[in-house]
Design a protein around this ligand. Sequence first.
Ligand SMILES: C[S@@+](CC[C@H](N)C(=O)[O-])C[C@H]1O[C@@H](n2cnc3c(N)ncnc32)[C@H](O)[C@@H]1O
Ligand SMILES: Nc1nc2[nH]cc(C(=O)O)c2c(=O)[nH]1
Ligand code: SF4
Ligand SMILES: [Mg+2]
Length: 217
Amino acid sequence: MYTVKEMFYTLQGEGAHTGRAAVFLRFTGCNLWSGLEKHRAEAICSFCDTDFVGTDGVNGGKFKTASELAEAVAKLFPGEKNRFVVCTGGEPLLQLDNELVSALRERNFEVAVESNGTIRPPSGGVDWLCISPKGTAEVVVTHCDELKLVFPQADAMPDRFAGIKAQLRYLTPMADPHAGMDEVIYRNTTTQQTIQYCLDHPQWQLNLQSHKVINIA
Ligand SMILES: C[S@@+](CC[C@H](N)C(=O)[O-])C[C@H]1O[C@@H](n2cnc3c(N)ncnc32)[C@H](O)[C@@H]1O
Ligand SMILES: Nc1nc2[nH]cc(C(=O)O)c2c(=O)[nH]1
Ligand code: SF4
Ligand SMILES: [Mg+2]
């Protein structure tokens, strides 16, 4: 059984695949926050900008089998070519397993994952692994395609992740989790601090949540 908050077709807004058309498969639930505002202050991850509670989003629901869920994803992608699915959440690696990755690949999808790094990916691997470490949470993933750290985090500054092998290292300015899509301003202090860090540490590059800039899902 897979529990899905929402599924929608949009452009990847972040990281190396920015601008690429993808189905977003947002799983319900996370191991670093309940998703309830009353628990936010004491959560290991306290700045999350996403609602991942329940199954009430667009195309959300419970899916009994991997093929049923993969079929629902396939229906949202126009055509058979360049198929791309971004598995996110919540924490997608609480639910994504070899069976679902296979079912998606059988339907010609490249499978990307956005994870907090505290759970290893399925043994058969995925096609693109993005890790975004959070606060004091222990990172168990040792290599990934992109490391995309929200900046600044007192307990998770970039130096701590020097040992993680990644082709690409990004810093995303921490956005106000309560800001509406039309209120995101990238000329704030956090963004200035992130820019300065990248200038001083050129192994890191700036990542913007471009979907917020252009106001798409
Ligand atoms: C909502 S998370 C879901 C996937 C996974 N749980 C994770 O944390 O990577 C998707 C992406 O949004 C980023 N994110 C969450 N809250 C943010 C915020 N307030 N500002 C900037 N990025 C944020 C995360 O770091 C992650 O890269
Ligand atoms: N367009 C768009 N790009 C994204 N990249 C990562 C997202 C996420 O919430 O995981 C996200 C999202 O929610 N929307
Ligand atoms: S950003 Fe990721 S790890 Fe943090 S609460 Fe949100 S879904 Fe969980
Ligand atoms: Mg998002």
